[in-house]
Design a protein around this ligand. Structure first.
Ligand SMILES: [Zn+2]
Length: 306
């Protein structure tokens, strides 16, 4: 068996661009440190609204295929070489925003059988053997059907991958040690939007988004982990810029097709939902540990080469 790098990270996202917005700095940092970083994207984002007028005619499969090339450029910017589509490109289609007729398309990811989709992810987990998984919370961060479904499939696959009796044909069982959900602490979001207000006039965007437009905003007390990606701010911005159909970047701000300005977070935040909090405070009694944020997703994990 080929020897794998000691630290292995898996990210599960709904559409091309979600990985750059949520985890661009984290991916760049761990790739630069030599960790194995694997991205699984569940759809090609065929229902996304296109920003640049010259390619605004792209829809459906043509848009999906264009967004694959954007994703490849984004991954190049953060130094990640292993990125895949769940079940293969085009297996699951973008379901569109909640309540749209596309939600009912039998090819949409929203209509996918969770266990069937999870089996495709089990194969990836058993092959790449990640100690750490990053995905969304049960609401998908903001209620988009594909984000909710990505959460369900990722959490289900993490369980099934560890089951020796589940589909032995997909590889040897593997237990993921730590699972994180993407988060933004409310205080950080509020401070960033306050700063945005002061410079909004100088930006090419029509208005400011609101704190609650940002996926995954929660009370600060829920944040267990912060990854300082300041050194990778440029890589993150470049990855976001690569998704030109979806994102307009004016560092350190960006806007989606709604033209509402938002901050780019170069410190990225997480809530540990499975596994033990690690780090310098490990071993200290839990009352003291509870308020201390991890600064490394792999904290507390002893490196094993598979
Ligand atoms: Zn998305």
């Amino acid at each position: 068996m080929t020897e794998l790098p000691g630290r292995r990270l898996l990210l599960v996202h709904a559409h091309p661009d979600d990985e750059a917005i949520n985890n661009g700095a984290t991916m760049a940092r761990y790739a630069a440190e030599g960790a194995q970083v694997t991205l699984v994207t569940c759809t090609l984002g065929e229902q996304g609204e296109v920003i640049p007028p010259e390619i605004a005619h792209l829809t459906g499969e043509a848009l999906g295929s264009h967004r694959r090339t954007e994703l490849a450029a984004a991954m190049d910017a953060v130094g990640v070489h292993d990125f895949r589509s769940l079940g293969g490109p085009g297996r699951h289609q973008d379901s569109g925003m909640m309540g749209l007729p596309e939600n009912d398309d039998p090819r949409s990811f929203w209509q996918a059988d969770v266990d069937e989709a999870a089996a495709d992810l089990v194969a990836v987990i058993r092959e790449t053997r990640p100690q750490v998984l990053i995905t969304y919370d049960p609401n998908g961060g903001y209620g988009h059907p594909d984000h909710i479904q990505a959460h369900r499939v990722a959490m289900r696959a993490a369980d099934l991958a560890a089951e020796p009796d589940f589909r032995p044909d997909l590889g040897a069982p593997w237990t993921i040690t730590k699972i994180y959900w993407n988060r933004v602490p409310r205080s950080v979001a509020e401070e960033s939007f306050a700063r945005l207000k002061d410079v909004l006039d100088e930006l090419p965007f029509s208005a400011s988004a609101a704190v609650d437009d940002v996926p995954g905003v929660v009370d600060d007390s829920l944040i267990t982990t912060e990854i300082d990606g300041t050194a990778f701010a440029g890589a993150k911005a470049a990855a976001m810029r690569a998704h030109a159909t979806q994102i307009e970047v004016v560092e350190p701000w960006f806007a989606l097709s709604n033209q509402l300005a938002q901050p780019i977070f170069v410190v990225e935040y997480y809530e540990l939902v499975r596994g033990e909090r690690g780090g310098a405070q490990a071993g200290v009694r839990s009352g003291v540990r509870s308020g201390v944020r991890e600064t490394d997703l792999f904290a507390g994990i002893s490196e094993v080469s598979a």
